[in-house]
Design a protein around this ligand. Structure first.
Ligand code: MV4
Length: 455
């Protein structure tokens, strides 16, 4: 048990976690880099500790500085948020060696899910449907690789076992490209992830990205909290997320959700997590598991009424979940638009100082942001400055509310993608629902062809 929580993150998620911690009566400790000095969420922390200069490697990725800050302030637990050290098993080991609690799964589970081949093997054992392809790393000799590729059928995709999130992947469309592609992917895997293992899967040409949220306690309860569609993405950066995924048979979702919960029980998973799937032609295919809370968790909170971050912290305290699967009922529809300080055409980050804000509000509108008038957005971190989330009785009402919220939302003094989000909320393809992972990039290409801007 602990009475003080250190939040090893920044921005909107640092504020989000603080709100949950304070709701539980915990003291909060925030760590910050010199670039984040003066950030609004630091003012409500019981203690704020500067842990280093702006570069993340010297601050938010500095394991020793973060653990030392926890020990110095009497924080008994550390919440990693998302990104940074949130899926770093060594961070967990260091925290636990210092006698502190990590708000998340065991280092063992993080390592297993960080090795995409081991993850696939665990999923197959638990009956979670996976992409066709062996649950083992590829052998070195090209003859064996060709034999596996021939059995799967082209196109295939080669992936780094230590990769994920779109890094270290290569599509191969015919046998004569395979040897060079395998050598390149293996070299990148070693260089980027310090692990040369690669694996092979059938390449799905036009899938949707649908994910299942899970929440498990340390007493054997594993729940799945519905699904999210995250297909609206550009270069592996999600732009819009929604829950539930439109147009998918709910009995199929339930079957996949139950298998995810079963997998959690089998591997002894504790905490919040997300199973990522590709969905194509009515079938689900597991690709990765994220062992952290995700940016888009609010859309699940809006349709289930469950406070995921609060339950994450309570689970870390050793408390049992009082919910059972029959309590998890999703109601209505929720959409999230990520608001970025970026040029809506070039997508280049556009940091600067906010000179004024006009905020959206109204029934079913939620704004998760750490910025305010006068705040200067640092250039060293990702460009997301807010998440605008809406809830409606159905998808149509959620769309109406999102359009109104975006129209009312102003962040003055800097450039944002609010106008782009507003255009997307009126786009026929998106409004129809069920677009695949390529849709937004094609839409941007078509838009730039009309206006000569970057795609
Ligand atoms: C795939 C795929 C098609 N077929 N695997 C991208 C990041 C990582 N989550 C895995 N990814 C993909 N794996 C097979 N067998 C297509 C992608 C992919 C993708 C997946 C989800 C969301 C956006 C994506 C963008 C490009 C490629």
């Amino acid at each position: 048990m602990f009475d003080t929580l250190l939040i090893a993150n920044r921005g909107e998620i640092a504020l989000r976690i603080q709100r949950a911690a304070k709701g539980l009566g915990l003291r909060t400790v925030c760590v910050y880099s010199q670039a984040d000095a003066g950030a609004p969420y630091l003012e409500i922390a019981d203690e704020a500790i500067c842990i280093g200069p702006a570069p993340a490697r010297n601050s938010y990725l500095n394991v020793d500085a973060i653990v030392l800050a926890a020990l110095q302030t009497g924080a008994g637990a550390i919440h990693p948020g998302y990104g940074f050290l949130s899926e770093n098993a060594e961070f967990v080991d260091t925290i636990q060696a210092a006698g502190l609690t990590f708000v998340g799964p065991s280092a063992k589970c993080i390592r297993t899910m960080g090795d995409k081949v081991a993850a696939k093997r665990a999923m197959i054992a638990a009956g979670v449907p996976c992409v066709p392809g062996p649950d083992s790393a590829l052998p070195a000799d090209i003859a064996s690789i060709k034999a596996v590729a021939d059995e799967i059928g082209y196109p295939v995709i080669l992936k780094a076992a230590g990769g994920g999130g779109g890094r270290g992947m290569r599509v191969v469309r015919s046998g004569d490209e395979l040897a060079a592609a395998a050598a390149l992917t293996r070299e990148e895997a070693q260089r980027f992830f310090n692990n040369p293992d690669i694996y092979i899967e059938k390449f799905l040409q036009n899938p949707r990205h649908v994910e299942i949220q899970v929440l498990c306690d340390a007493h054997g309860t594993a729940l799945w909290l519905g699904d999210r569609d995250c297909s609206m993405q550009r270069r592996h950066q999600k732009v819009i997320e929604e829950a539930p995924a439109p147009g998918i048979d709910r009995s199929l979702i339930t079957e996949v959700g139950e298998r995810c919960a079963n997998a959690c029980r089998q591997i002894g998973y504790v905490g919040a997590g997300t199973f990522e799937f590709l969905y194509e032609d009515g079938e689900f295919y597991f690709i990765e598991m994220n062992t952290r809370v995700q940016v888009e968790h609010p859309v699940t909170e809006m349709v289930t009424g469950i406070d995921i971050v609060t339950l994450q912290i309570q689970v870390a305290m050793g408390l049992p979940l009082t919910l059972s699967q029959s309590d998890i009922v999703t109601h209505g529809h929720s959409i999230e638009c990520r608001i970025n300080a970026e040029d809506p055409y070039s997508f280049l980050p556009s940091p600067g100082t906010v000179t004024g804000m006009v905020l959206p509000a109204g029934e079913g509108v939620r704004l998760d942001t750490h910025i305010r008038s006068g705040y200067t957005i640092p250039s060293q971190y990702d460009s997301m400055i807010a998440k605008l989330i809406v809830h409606g009785e159905d998808r149509q009402e959620a769309l109406v509310r999102m359009r109104a919220a975006l129209a009312a939302f102003e962040v003055q003094g800097i450039v944002t993608n609010i106008a782009l989000q507003a255009d997307l909320m009126r786009d026929g393809g998106f409004v129809a629902g069920g677009v695949n992972i390529h849709y937004l990039e094609h839409w941007l290409t078509a838009r730039s062809a009309q206006s000569g801007a970057a795609a």
